[in-house]
Design a protein around this ligand. Structure first.
Ligand SMILES: *[C@@H]1O[C@H](CO)[C@@H](O)[C@H](O)[C@H]1NC(C)=O
Ligand SMILES: *[C@@H]1O[C@H](CO)[C@@H](O)[C@H](O)[C@H]1NC(C)=O
Ligand SMILES: *[C@@H]1O[C@H](CO)[C@@H](O)[C@H](O)[C@H]1NC(C)=O
Ligand SMILES: *[C@@H]1O[C@H](CO)[C@@H](O)[C@H](O)[C@H]1NC(C)=O
Ligand SMILES: *[C@@H]1O[C@H](CO)[C@@H](O)[C@H](O)[C@H]1NC(C)=O
Ligand SMILES: *[C@@H]1O[C@H](CO)[C@@H](O)[C@H](O)[C@H]1NC(C)=O
Length: 444
Protein backbone atom coordinates (compact mmCIF):
# COMPACT_ATOMS: atom_id res chain seq x y z
CA UNK A 1 0.00 0.00 0.00
CA UNK A 2 2.79 2.39 0.86
CA UNK A 3 5.06 3.91 -1.70
CA UNK A 4 7.91 5.23 0.30
CA UNK A 5 8.96 8.75 -0.53
CA UNK A 6 12.60 8.21 -1.01
CA UNK A 7 13.86 11.75 -0.77
CA UNK A 8 12.57 12.44 2.69
CA UNK A 9 15.12 10.48 4.65
CA UNK A 10 17.95 11.09 2.27
CA UNK A 11 17.79 14.86 2.35
CA UNK A 12 17.28 15.09 6.09
CA UNK A 13 20.91 15.37 7.05
CA UNK A 14 21.53 18.57 5.10
CA UNK A 15 18.26 20.44 5.74
CA UNK A 16 17.97 23.42 8.04
CA UNK A 17 16.09 22.54 11.20
CA UNK A 18 13.00 24.60 10.22
CA UNK A 19 12.48 22.60 7.02
CA UNK A 20 10.90 19.60 8.67
CA UNK A 21 13.28 17.28 6.86
CA UNK A 22 12.34 18.44 3.38
CA UNK A 23 14.57 20.85 1.50
CA UNK A 24 16.52 21.45 -1.68
CA UNK A 25 19.52 23.01 0.02
CA UNK A 26 21.06 23.59 3.43
CA UNK A 27 19.55 27.02 4.25
CA UNK A 28 16.25 27.99 5.85
CA UNK A 29 15.29 29.57 2.53
CA UNK A 30 15.76 26.17 0.92
CA UNK A 31 12.82 24.46 2.63
CA UNK A 32 10.40 22.61 0.38
CA UNK A 33 6.82 23.84 0.15
CA UNK A 34 4.88 22.38 3.07
CA UNK A 35 2.68 20.40 0.63
CA UNK A 36 5.67 18.41 -0.58
CA UNK A 37 5.52 14.88 0.73
CA UNK A 38 9.10 14.17 -0.22
CA UNK A 39 11.91 16.31 -1.52
CA UNK A 40 11.76 19.08 -4.05
CA UNK A 41 13.69 21.00 -6.63
CA UNK A 42 12.59 24.44 -5.43
CA UNK A 43 10.42 26.27 -2.92
CA UNK A 44 7.05 26.09 -4.75
CA UNK A 45 4.41 23.38 -4.38
CA UNK A 46 4.94 22.54 -8.04
CA UNK A 47 8.58 21.77 -7.28
CA UNK A 48 7.79 18.71 -5.16
CA UNK A 49 9.05 15.35 -6.25
CA UNK A 50 8.81 11.75 -5.29
CA UNK A 51 11.61 9.63 -6.65
CA UNK A 52 11.21 5.95 -7.29
CA UNK A 53 14.85 5.55 -8.14
CA UNK A 54 14.68 1.83 -8.62
CA UNK A 55 12.19 2.33 -11.41
CA UNK A 56 14.45 4.98 -12.82
CA UNK A 57 11.81 7.69 -12.85
CA UNK A 58 11.11 10.83 -10.91
CA UNK A 59 7.53 11.97 -10.51
CA UNK A 60 6.25 15.12 -8.85
CA UNK A 61 4.04 14.49 -5.81
CA UNK A 62 1.82 11.45 -5.32
CA UNK A 63 -0.35 10.34 -8.27
CA UNK A 64 -2.94 13.12 -8.27
CA UNK A 65 -6.73 12.64 -7.87
CA UNK A 66 -7.27 14.05 -11.35
CA UNK A 67 -5.37 13.35 -14.53
CA UNK A 68 -5.49 15.23 -17.80
CA UNK A 69 -7.09 13.33 -20.66
CA UNK A 70 -5.49 14.61 -23.86
CA UNK A 71 -8.39 13.35 -25.95
CA UNK A 72 -11.15 15.17 -24.08
CA UNK A 73 -8.92 18.07 -22.89
CA UNK A 74 -10.44 17.58 -19.43
CA UNK A 75 -9.23 16.67 -15.97
CA UNK A 76 -10.69 13.28 -15.10
CA UNK A 77 -10.74 11.07 -12.00
CA UNK A 78 -7.52 9.11 -11.71
CA UNK A 79 -8.20 5.47 -10.80
CA UNK A 80 -4.57 5.21 -9.65
CA UNK A 81 -4.71 8.26 -7.36
CA UNK A 82 -2.76 8.18 -4.12
CA UNK A 83 -2.98 10.56 -1.21
CA UNK A 84 -0.24 12.23 0.75
CA UNK A 85 -0.11 10.87 4.28
CA UNK A 86 2.92 12.26 6.06
CA UNK A 87 5.85 11.19 3.93
CA UNK A 88 3.92 8.43 2.20
CA UNK A 89 1.71 8.08 -0.82
CA UNK A 90 -1.23 5.87 0.17
CA UNK A 91 -4.03 4.36 -1.87
CA UNK A 92 -6.47 4.88 1.00
CA UNK A 93 -6.32 7.30 3.90
CA UNK A 94 -6.15 5.62 7.33
CA UNK A 95 -9.31 5.14 9.36
CA UNK A 96 -10.64 8.44 10.77
CA UNK A 97 -8.83 10.53 8.16
CA UNK A 98 -10.51 12.35 5.31
CA UNK A 99 -9.18 13.31 1.89
CA UNK A 100 -8.61 17.03 1.39
CA UNK A 101 -7.62 17.54 -2.25
CA UNK A 102 -4.72 15.03 -2.39
CA UNK A 103 -3.80 14.70 1.28
CA UNK A 104 -5.11 12.75 4.25
CA UNK A 105 -6.21 15.11 7.02
CA UNK A 106 -7.87 14.58 10.39
CA UNK A 107 -10.62 17.14 9.80
CA UNK A 108 -11.75 19.35 6.96
CA UNK A 109 -10.69 23.02 7.06
CA UNK A 110 -13.44 25.39 8.21
CA UNK A 111 -14.46 26.45 4.69
CA UNK A 112 -15.06 22.86 3.60
CA UNK A 113 -17.45 20.12 4.59
CA UNK A 114 -17.08 16.37 4.79
CA UNK A 115 -18.99 14.26 2.27
CA UNK A 116 -18.74 10.63 1.24
CA UNK A 117 -18.33 9.89 -2.47
CA UNK A 118 -17.73 6.36 -3.79
CA UNK A 119 -16.99 5.21 -0.22
CA UNK A 120 -14.28 7.86 0.13
CA UNK A 121 -14.71 10.50 2.81
CA UNK A 122 -13.58 13.83 1.43
CA UNK A 123 -13.65 17.57 2.01
CA UNK A 124 -15.47 19.71 -0.53
CA UNK A 125 -15.79 23.51 -0.46
CA UNK A 126 -19.04 24.87 0.99
CA UNK A 127 -21.10 27.28 -1.07
CA UNK A 128 -21.20 30.48 1.05
CA UNK A 129 -21.47 28.94 4.52
CA UNK A 130 -20.96 25.36 5.69
CA UNK A 131 -24.11 23.52 6.85
CA UNK A 132 -24.64 23.49 10.59
CA UNK A 133 -27.59 21.88 12.31
CA UNK A 134 -28.75 23.44 15.58
CA UNK A 135 -31.35 22.67 18.22
CA UNK A 136 -34.50 24.76 18.16
CA UNK A 137 -36.42 26.03 21.18
CA UNK A 138 -37.64 23.00 23.15
CA UNK A 139 -35.18 20.57 21.52
CA UNK A 140 -31.95 19.02 22.85
CA UNK A 141 -29.74 21.62 24.46
CA UNK A 142 -32.65 24.12 24.42
CA UNK A 143 -35.15 21.60 25.82
CA UNK A 144 -36.23 23.85 28.66
CA UNK A 145 -36.14 27.17 26.80
CA UNK A 146 -39.46 28.94 26.08
CA UNK A 147 -38.27 31.60 23.69
CA UNK A 148 -35.26 32.94 21.84
CA UNK A 149 -33.77 35.56 24.16
CA UNK A 150 -30.49 37.21 25.04
CA UNK A 151 -29.46 34.18 27.11
CA UNK A 152 -29.53 31.69 24.22
CA UNK A 153 -29.27 33.62 20.96
CA UNK A 154 -25.52 32.93 20.72
CA UNK A 155 -26.36 29.26 20.20
CA UNK A 156 -27.76 30.11 16.77
CA UNK A 157 -24.53 31.51 15.33
CA UNK A 158 -23.79 30.02 11.87
CA UNK A 159 -26.82 27.68 12.02
CA UNK A 160 -28.21 26.78 8.60
CA UNK A 161 -30.81 24.29 9.80
CA UNK A 162 -32.91 24.50 12.95
CA UNK A 163 -33.91 21.10 14.21
CA UNK A 164 -37.16 22.10 15.91
CA UNK A 165 -38.88 25.45 16.37
CA UNK A 166 -38.04 29.13 16.59
CA UNK A 167 -40.24 30.93 19.09
CA UNK A 168 -40.19 34.63 19.94
CA UNK A 169 -42.29 35.47 23.00
CA UNK A 170 -42.29 38.55 25.19
CA UNK A 171 -39.09 38.24 27.20
CA UNK A 172 -39.31 37.20 30.80
CA UNK A 173 -38.04 40.40 32.43
CA UNK A 174 -39.03 38.96 35.79
CA UNK A 175 -36.09 36.55 35.61
CA UNK A 176 -33.74 39.35 34.60
CA UNK A 177 -33.29 38.24 31.00
CA UNK A 178 -32.83 41.35 28.89
CA UNK A 179 -34.71 42.12 25.70
CA UNK A 180 -33.13 41.02 22.43
CA UNK A 181 -30.70 43.39 20.81
CA UNK A 182 -32.13 43.74 17.26
CA UNK A 183 -28.60 43.57 15.89
CA UNK A 184 -28.16 40.05 17.34
CA UNK A 185 -31.17 38.79 15.37
CA UNK A 186 -28.91 38.82 12.31
CA UNK A 187 -27.61 35.39 13.45
CA UNK A 188 -30.73 34.00 11.74
CA UNK A 189 -29.56 35.21 8.32
CA UNK A 190 -27.86 31.84 7.73
CA UNK A 191 -30.95 29.74 8.47
CA UNK A 192 -32.29 27.93 5.41
CA UNK A 193 -34.60 25.45 7.08
CA UNK A 194 -36.71 25.25 10.22
CA UNK A 195 -37.96 21.67 10.63
CA UNK A 196 -40.73 22.63 13.08
CA UNK A 197 -42.61 25.92 13.29
CA UNK A 198 -41.85 29.65 13.40
CA UNK A 199 -43.81 31.52 16.06
CA UNK A 200 -43.44 35.29 16.33
CA UNK A 201 -45.35 37.00 19.12
CA UNK A 202 -42.63 39.46 20.04
CA UNK A 203 -40.30 41.41 17.77
CA UNK A 204 -38.03 44.35 18.58
CA UNK A 205 -39.60 47.79 18.53
CA UNK A 206 -39.06 49.72 15.28
CA UNK A 207 -37.99 46.59 13.35
CA UNK A 208 -40.31 46.77 10.37
CA UNK A 209 -39.71 43.42 8.69
CA UNK A 210 -38.61 39.81 9.18
CA UNK A 211 -35.70 40.23 6.75
CA UNK A 212 -33.34 38.36 9.12
CA UNK A 213 -35.05 35.28 7.65
CA UNK A 214 -34.10 36.29 4.12
CA UNK A 215 -32.41 32.92 3.49
CA UNK A 216 -35.17 30.78 4.96
CA UNK A 217 -36.35 28.40 2.21
CA UNK A 218 -38.40 25.78 4.06
CA UNK A 219 -40.61 25.66 7.12
CA UNK A 220 -41.05 21.93 7.71
CA UNK A 221 -44.02 21.86 10.09
CA UNK A 222 -42.91 18.47 11.49
CA UNK A 223 -44.05 19.85 14.84
CA UNK A 224 -46.98 22.26 14.98
CA UNK A 225 -48.39 24.81 17.42
CA UNK A 226 -52.17 24.26 17.50
CA UNK A 227 -51.93 23.05 13.91
CA UNK A 228 -49.87 26.12 12.89
CA UNK A 229 -46.39 26.16 11.34
CA UNK A 230 -46.09 29.93 10.75
CA UNK A 231 -47.62 32.31 13.29
CA UNK A 232 -47.26 36.10 13.42
CA UNK A 233 -49.48 37.70 16.01
CA UNK A 234 -50.14 41.26 17.22
CA UNK A 235 -46.97 42.90 15.90
CA UNK A 236 -47.25 46.68 15.72
CA UNK A 237 -44.04 47.38 13.80
CA UNK A 238 -43.91 44.74 11.10
CA UNK A 239 -44.78 46.24 7.73
CA UNK A 240 -43.53 43.54 5.34
CA UNK A 241 -42.42 39.94 5.82
CA UNK A 242 -39.41 39.99 3.47
CA UNK A 243 -39.23 36.18 3.39
CA UNK A 244 -37.56 36.52 0.00
CA UNK A 245 -36.30 32.90 -0.17
CA UNK A 246 -39.30 31.10 1.34
CA UNK A 247 -40.48 28.47 -1.14
CA UNK A 248 -42.17 25.82 0.95
CA UNK A 249 -44.31 25.38 4.04
CA UNK A 250 -44.40 21.59 4.09
CA UNK A 251 -47.18 21.11 6.65
CA UNK A 252 -49.38 23.11 9.02
CA UNK A 253 -51.38 26.31 8.68
CA UNK A 254 -50.35 29.93 8.42
CA UNK A 255 -51.87 32.22 11.06
CA UNK A 256 -51.31 35.96 10.75
CA UNK A 257 -53.57 38.14 12.82
CA UNK A 258 -53.76 41.64 14.32
CA UNK A 259 -50.53 42.96 12.85
CA UNK A 260 -51.64 46.56 12.45
CA UNK A 261 -49.01 47.66 9.90
CA UNK A 262 -48.62 44.47 7.87
CA UNK A 263 -49.02 44.82 4.09
CA UNK A 264 -48.19 42.57 1.12
CA UNK A 265 -49.59 39.45 2.87
CA UNK A 266 -52.62 39.65 0.55
CA UNK A 267 -50.47 39.50 -2.62
CA UNK A 268 -48.88 36.16 -1.67
CA UNK A 269 -50.28 32.99 -3.23
CA UNK A 270 -49.98 30.86 -0.09
CA UNK A 271 -51.27 27.77 -1.88
CA UNK A 272 -48.15 27.76 -4.03
CA UNK A 273 -46.07 27.30 -0.82
CA UNK A 274 -48.17 24.51 0.67
CA UNK A 275 -47.44 20.84 0.10
CA UNK A 276 -50.72 19.29 1.24
CA UNK A 277 -54.28 20.12 0.28
CA UNK A 278 -55.37 20.46 3.92
CA UNK A 279 -53.13 23.45 4.72
CA UNK A 280 -54.85 26.82 5.19
CA UNK A 281 -53.81 30.45 5.43
CA UNK A 282 -55.74 32.10 8.29
CA UNK A 283 -55.02 35.78 7.79
CA UNK A 284 -57.15 38.54 9.30
CA UNK A 285 -57.17 41.95 11.03
CA UNK A 286 -53.90 43.10 9.54
CA UNK A 287 -53.54 46.44 7.77
CA UNK A 288 -56.47 46.98 5.43
CA UNK A 289 -55.29 46.12 1.89
CA UNK A 290 -56.91 49.36 0.68
CA UNK A 291 -54.51 51.32 2.90
CA UNK A 292 -51.68 49.26 1.42
CA UNK A 293 -52.52 50.25 -2.15
CA UNK A 294 -49.33 52.32 -2.40
CA UNK A 295 -47.29 49.29 -1.40
CA UNK A 296 -47.55 47.20 -4.51
CA UNK A 297 -45.36 44.43 -5.77
CA UNK A 298 -42.59 45.45 -8.12
CA UNK A 299 -43.69 45.36 -11.77
CA UNK A 300 -40.99 42.74 -12.42
CA UNK A 301 -42.78 40.26 -10.10
CA UNK A 302 -45.13 37.66 -11.55
CA UNK A 303 -48.77 37.40 -10.39
CA UNK A 304 -47.64 34.97 -7.65
CA UNK A 305 -47.10 38.00 -5.37
CA UNK A 306 -44.30 39.36 -3.22
CA UNK A 307 -43.01 39.61 0.35
CA UNK A 308 -42.34 43.32 0.26
CA UNK A 309 -41.31 46.19 -2.00
CA UNK A 310 -38.56 45.79 -4.62
CA UNK A 311 -37.64 43.33 -7.38
CA UNK A 312 -35.84 40.98 -4.92
CA UNK A 313 -39.00 40.19 -2.93
CA UNK A 314 -41.02 38.43 -5.65
CA UNK A 315 -42.25 34.86 -5.26
CA UNK A 316 -41.40 34.43 -8.94
CA UNK A 317 -40.41 36.68 -11.80
CA UNK A 318 -42.48 37.99 -14.67
CA UNK A 319 -39.51 37.89 -17.11
CA UNK A 320 -36.05 36.74 -15.97
CA UNK A 321 -34.17 36.27 -12.70
CA UNK A 322 -30.59 37.05 -11.77
CA UNK A 323 -29.81 35.46 -8.43
CA UNK A 324 -32.76 36.44 -6.26
CA UNK A 325 -33.64 39.56 -8.20
CA UNK A 326 -36.13 39.82 -11.03
CA UNK A 327 -34.88 41.57 -14.15
CA UNK A 328 -36.34 42.58 -17.48
CA UNK A 329 -33.69 40.80 -19.54
CA UNK A 330 -30.34 38.99 -19.19
CA UNK A 331 -27.10 40.73 -20.16
CA UNK A 332 -26.68 38.74 -23.35
CA UNK A 333 -25.27 41.55 -25.48
CA UNK A 334 -24.21 44.28 -23.07
CA UNK A 335 -23.29 44.99 -19.46
CA UNK A 336 -20.06 44.43 -17.57
CA UNK A 337 -20.71 40.77 -16.84
CA UNK A 338 -22.16 38.93 -19.82
CA UNK A 339 -24.68 36.13 -19.39
CA UNK A 340 -26.64 33.47 -21.19
CA UNK A 341 -30.26 32.56 -20.44
CA UNK A 342 -31.17 29.10 -19.18
CA UNK A 343 -34.93 29.26 -19.49
CA UNK A 344 -35.82 32.36 -17.47
CA UNK A 345 -32.62 32.29 -15.39
CA UNK A 346 -29.68 34.57 -16.25
CA UNK A 347 -26.35 32.76 -15.79
CA UNK A 348 -22.90 34.35 -16.02
CA UNK A 349 -20.59 33.29 -18.83
CA UNK A 350 -17.43 31.48 -17.75
CA UNK A 351 -14.66 33.77 -16.55
CA UNK A 352 -12.42 32.42 -19.33
CA UNK A 353 -14.72 33.79 -22.03
CA UNK A 354 -13.70 37.04 -23.64
CA UNK A 355 -16.33 39.74 -23.28
CA UNK A 356 -17.70 40.34 -26.75
CA UNK A 357 -18.35 43.66 -28.46
CA UNK A 358 -21.77 45.10 -27.69
CA UNK A 359 -24.60 43.44 -29.59
CA UNK A 360 -22.69 40.13 -29.81
CA UNK A 361 -23.06 37.02 -27.63
CA UNK A 362 -20.17 36.21 -25.29
CA UNK A 363 -21.18 32.60 -24.61
CA UNK A 364 -24.03 30.27 -25.43
CA UNK A 365 -23.86 28.07 -22.34
CA UNK A 366 -22.07 27.29 -19.08
CA UNK A 367 -18.41 26.41 -18.67
CA UNK A 368 -15.21 27.28 -20.55
CA UNK A 369 -16.24 25.25 -23.62
CA UNK A 370 -19.19 27.46 -24.53
CA UNK A 371 -17.38 30.74 -25.14
CA UNK A 372 -17.53 32.41 -28.52
CA UNK A 373 -13.98 33.68 -27.98
CA UNK A 374 -11.34 32.96 -25.33
CA UNK A 375 -9.95 35.58 -22.98
CA UNK A 376 -6.52 33.91 -22.93
CA UNK A 377 -5.80 30.61 -24.65
CA UNK A 378 -7.70 27.67 -26.08
CA UNK A 379 -6.99 24.03 -25.31
CA UNK A 380 -9.22 21.79 -27.43
CA UNK A 381 -12.77 23.10 -26.93
CA UNK A 382 -11.93 24.84 -23.63
CA UNK A 383 -10.80 28.37 -22.92
CA UNK A 384 -7.94 28.21 -20.41
CA UNK A 385 -5.74 30.65 -18.55
CA UNK A 386 -2.58 28.78 -19.52
CA UNK A 387 -1.72 25.69 -21.52
CA UNK A 388 -1.22 22.43 -19.58
CA UNK A 389 2.21 22.85 -18.05
CA UNK A 390 3.26 19.58 -16.47
CA UNK A 391 -0.27 18.38 -15.74
CA UNK A 392 -0.35 14.76 -14.72
CA UNK A 393 -1.61 12.56 -17.55
CA UNK A 394 -2.41 8.87 -17.41
CA UNK A 395 1.20 7.79 -17.98
CA UNK A 396 3.22 10.96 -18.26
CA UNK A 397 3.18 14.66 -17.65
CA UNK A 398 1.54 16.80 -20.30
CA UNK A 399 3.27 19.90 -21.55
CA UNK A 400 1.80 22.12 -24.22
CA UNK A 401 2.77 25.41 -25.75
CA UNK A 402 0.67 28.19 -27.24
CA UNK A 403 0.83 28.80 -30.93
CA UNK A 404 0.46 32.28 -32.37
CA UNK A 405 -3.29 31.69 -32.84
CA UNK A 406 -3.43 31.21 -29.04
CA UNK A 407 -4.24 27.51 -29.26
CA UNK A 408 -2.38 25.02 -27.11
CA UNK A 409 -0.38 22.30 -28.86
CA UNK A 410 1.41 19.32 -27.33
CA UNK A 411 5.20 19.57 -27.13
CA UNK A 412 7.24 17.03 -29.04
CA UNK A 413 7.54 13.90 -26.84
CA UNK A 414 11.27 14.63 -26.37
CA UNK A 415 10.40 17.90 -24.63
CA UNK A 416 9.29 18.37 -21.05
CA UNK A 417 8.45 22.05 -21.00
CA UNK A 418 6.22 24.00 -23.25
CA UNK A 419 8.38 26.87 -24.41
CA UNK A 420 8.15 27.25 -28.14
CA UNK A 421 11.82 27.94 -28.58
CA UNK A 422 13.24 26.22 -25.54
CA UNK A 423 11.87 22.76 -25.07
CA UNK A 424 14.02 21.20 -22.40
CA UNK A 425 15.05 17.62 -22.92
CA UNK A 426 13.57 15.07 -20.59
CA UNK A 427 16.91 13.48 -20.00
CA UNK A 428 18.41 16.77 -19.04
CA UNK A 429 15.80 17.25 -16.31
CA UNK A 430 16.33 13.75 -15.04
CA UNK A 431 20.04 14.39 -14.99
CA UNK A 432 19.52 17.57 -13.00
CA UNK A 433 17.48 15.64 -10.45
CA UNK A 434 20.05 12.91 -10.21
CA UNK A 435 22.74 15.52 -9.75
CA UNK A 436 20.76 16.89 -6.80
CA UNK A 437 20.51 13.47 -5.31
CA UNK A 438 24.25 12.98 -5.70
CA UNK A 439 24.83 16.33 -4.02
CA UNK A 440 22.84 15.20 -1.05
CA UNK A 441 24.83 11.99 -0.81
CA UNK A 442 21.97 9.82 -1.90
CA UNK A 443 23.76 8.03 -4.65
CA UNK A 444 27.02 6.29 -4.05
C1 LIG B 1 -19.02 31.01 12.46
O1 LIG B 1 -18.45 31.02 11.16
C2 LIG B 1 -17.30 31.85 11.04
C3 LIG B 1 -16.89 31.87 9.60
O2 LIG B 1 -16.89 30.59 9.04
C4 LIG B 1 -16.22 31.32 11.98
O3 LIG B 1 -15.10 32.16 11.90
C5 LIG B 1 -16.74 31.30 13.40
O4 LIG B 1 -15.79 30.71 14.25
C6 LIG B 1 -18.03 30.49 13.49
N1 LIG B 1 -18.56 30.60 14.84
C7 LIG B 1 -19.18 29.59 15.47
C8 LIG B 1 -19.62 29.85 16.86
O5 LIG B 1 -19.38 28.52 14.92
C1 LIG C 1 -38.30 53.67 17.97
O1 LIG C 1 -38.42 54.89 17.21
C2 LIG C 1 -38.86 56.00 17.96
C3 LIG C 1 -39.06 57.16 16.99
O2 LIG C 1 -38.03 57.23 16.07
C4 LIG C 1 -37.83 56.30 19.06
O3 LIG C 1 -38.28 57.37 19.85
C5 LIG C 1 -37.67 55.06 19.94
O4 LIG C 1 -36.66 55.28 20.90
C6 LIG C 1 -37.31 53.84 19.09
N1 LIG C 1 -37.27 52.66 19.95
C7 LIG C 1 -36.24 51.81 19.99
C8 LIG C 1 -36.37 50.65 20.91
O5 LIG C 1 -35.24 51.96 19.31
C1 LIG D 1 -57.45 40.92 17.23
O1 LIG D 1 -58.06 42.20 17.27
C2 LIG D 1 -59.46 42.13 17.39
C3 LIG D 1 -60.03 43.53 17.18
O2 LIG D 1 -59.11 44.52 17.54
C4 LIG D 1 -59.81 41.57 18.74
O3 LIG D 1 -61.21 41.49 18.89
C5 LIG D 1 -59.23 40.16 18.83
O4 LIG D 1 -59.44 39.60 20.09
C6 LIG D 1 -57.76 40.18 18.53
N1 LIG D 1 -57.30 38.81 18.40
C7 LIG D 1 -56.25 38.34 19.05
C8 LIG D 1 -55.90 36.91 18.81
O5 LIG D 1 -55.58 39.05 19.77
C1 LIG E 1 -51.76 29.83 -6.58
O1 LIG E 1 -50.88 28.72 -6.73
C2 LIG E 1 -51.54 27.51 -7.03
C3 LIG E 1 -50.52 26.39 -6.96
O2 LIG E 1 -49.27 26.81 -7.45
C4 LIG E 1 -52.22 27.64 -8.38
O3 LIG E 1 -52.88 26.44 -8.70
C5 LIG E 1 -53.21 28.79 -8.32
O4 LIG E 1 -53.77 28.99 -9.58
C6 LIG E 1 -52.54 30.07 -7.86
N1 LIG E 1 -53.55 31.09 -7.60
C7 LIG E 1 -53.51 32.28 -8.16
C8 LIG E 1 -54.61 33.22 -7.77
O5 LIG E 1 -52.62 32.62 -8.93
C1 LIG F 1 -30.67 24.82 -16.95
O1 LIG F 1 -31.43 24.71 -15.77
C2 LIG F 1 -31.84 23.39 -15.48
C3 LIG F 1 -32.80 23.43 -14.30
O2 LIG F 1 -32.33 24.29 -13.30
C4 LIG F 1 -30.63 22.53 -15.23
O3 LIG F 1 -31.01 21.20 -14.93
C5 LIG F 1 -29.77 22.55 -16.49
O4 LIG F 1 -28.58 21.83 -16.25
C6 LIG F 1 -29.43 23.98 -16.88
N1 LIG F 1 -28.78 23.96 -18.16
C7 LIG F 1 -27.71 24.69 -18.42
C8 LIG F 1 -27.19 24.60 -19.80
O5 LIG F 1 -27.17 25.37 -17.56
C1 LIG G 1 13.86 12.38 -29.77
O1 LIG G 1 14.62 11.47 -28.99
C2 LIG G 1 15.04 10.32 -29.70
C3 LIG G 1 15.69 9.36 -28.72
O2 LIG G 1 16.48 10.05 -27.80
C4 LIG G 1 15.99 10.74 -30.84
O3 LIG G 1 16.38 9.59 -31.58
C5 LIG G 1 15.25 11.71 -31.76
O4 LIG G 1 16.13 12.22 -32.74
C6 LIG G 1 14.69 12.88 -30.95
N1 LIG G 1 13.88 13.72 -31.82
C7 LIG G 1 14.06 15.03 -31.93
C8 LIG G 1 13.12 15.75 -32.86
O5 LIG G 1 14.93 15.63 -31.33
Amino acid sequence: IFTFVFAVTVTKTVCAEQCDGRCFGPYVSNCCHRECAGGCTGPKDTDCFVCQLFLGACVTQCPQPFVYNPTTFQLEHNPNAKYTYGAFCVKKCPHNFVVDHSSCVRACPSNKMEVEENHIKMCIPCTDICPKMCDGIGTGSLQTAQTVDSSNIEMFVNCTKINGNLIFLITDMYHGIGALDPERLNVFRNVREITGYLNIQSWPENMTDLGVFSNLVTIGGRTLYSGISLLILKQRWIFSLKFQSLREISAGNVYMTNNSQLCFYNTVNWTSLFRTSTQRALIKNNRDPRECSEMVCDPLCSVAGCWGPGPDQCLSCKYFSRGRTCVKACNLYDGDVREFANGSVCVECDSQCEKAEDKTLTCHGPGPDHCLKCLHLKDGPNCVEKCPDGLQGENSFIFKYAETNNECHPCHPNCTQGYVSACVFKHLLLLLMLKNLVLFNILP
